[in-house]
Design a protein around this ligand. Sequence first.
Ligand SMILES: [Ca+2]
Ligand SMILES: [Ca+2]
Ligand SMILES: [Ca+2]
Length: 473
Amino acid sequence: MLMKRVFPVFAVLLLLLSFTTALAQDDMIPVRQWASSATASSQFGDISWAAAQATGAPNTFACGDIGTAWASATSTEQASLTVLFDVPVFPSQVNIHQSYNPGAITGIDLIVADTGELLEVTNSADPGGVPCPGVLTVDILGDTDPVNGVVIYLDQSKVGNWNEIDAVELVGDAAPGVEVSMWAEYAEATSQFSNSSWSALQAIGAPDTFDCGDIGTAWASESSTGQDELWVYFPHVVIPTQLTIYETYNPGAITAVDLLLPDGSRLPISKSSEPGAPCPGSMILDIDTSSTAIGAVIQLDQSITGSWNEIDAVQMVGRLASDGLTRQWASGASATSAYGDNAYSAMQAIGTPNVRGCGDSPFAWASESSTGQDSLTVTFDQAVVPSRVEIFQTYNPGSITGIELILADGSGNITVTDSGDPGNVPCAGVLVIDILGDVEPVNGVVIHLDQSSIGNWNEIDAVRLIGTAGSSK
Ligand SMILES: [Ca+2]
Ligand SMILES: [Ca+2]
Ligand SMILES: [Ca+2]
């Protein structure tokens, strides 16, 4: 990763406000989260249109009968979709992203984390008029116990066709110290066997490799006997208590595991060499630390096993904490041009990284012309006093000429001086722009590119904004 420090130019206004909100956050930690697991009364397929297609950030950016959203078995049935979340919260809002025939939702229940009790949310039926694709927002009024799930009820006879659901977001406040169990949300590795099967991103999310074998839904390094590292990142900062590594081929090569701390440093976990595990099997590390963590680095020496030690998934359990920073992936996007309306559209820069290596991918934004001057604008749900912008590039990095920050109060943009790509970001790789100095709260970034300088598409897979909460939510 490249650390680029830049010195933006602007006035100082926000010190007092950011200080006040930092104090208020000592009590509760604001959390926005996408569903991490899902089940349904029925589903159209085991992979496409399965309930699991409603987990994670939105990834269906056109209105249509598209398999990256959940659909019930038949088109006009009464159905329910149950989604669960990593962090129990005092809820304030549920956002239901629909990608086909909105209008069938008759109401929602919330699931109480401790008891599993269902709480009916009154007046939560779709009132009509939600665009497609579009979001049904249900504001939760009144106090509840912490909840970690939502049940969505549909009567599709109302719309006469499938009402497909792409993603569900739960917004609320969490108590510090509450136990969180979570899967990696993105991953990178010192090498990967290919840009699709066996890529590092095959190690994110819940396990999806259920047999012992050389199977492409797990990460594998380039060389079968190589020394490699797999870096995994989680969606929430915790004081970790346990790390579980799901191995699906030749366990035995893990020589050490480090925690990744929020400041980017590494902290070794004691007794983290591989004792050997069944295959498929779990290597479970109990962790005793007072440090906060947001990721882990798994080190392997496959000369020990003489063959690939493949890793399917990594889970971290811990107590929710906050280092005062809010980390957000883009939730909205537009561009001066795009190569496609869905594939390659600006929307493909929303959410967590989902391009599995360096290459021309429809899951990243690409401009219409391979040599054009273009800009990509991404927006975020929460305004923050920015400390860092990370631009995940998956094809021909090098053409970014600079960025602007969009002020949350609508008063304009701030040009970040000297924020162009210095030309040594790897592919795939991240351009990191540290924002120094005091800035008013921002909720968007404009990225300018001049692709004539490289003569090919500079594709952007994802954008993350890191900062301190700069306004009340
Ligand atoms: Ca989806
Ligand atoms: Ca996997
Ligand atoms: Ca993407």
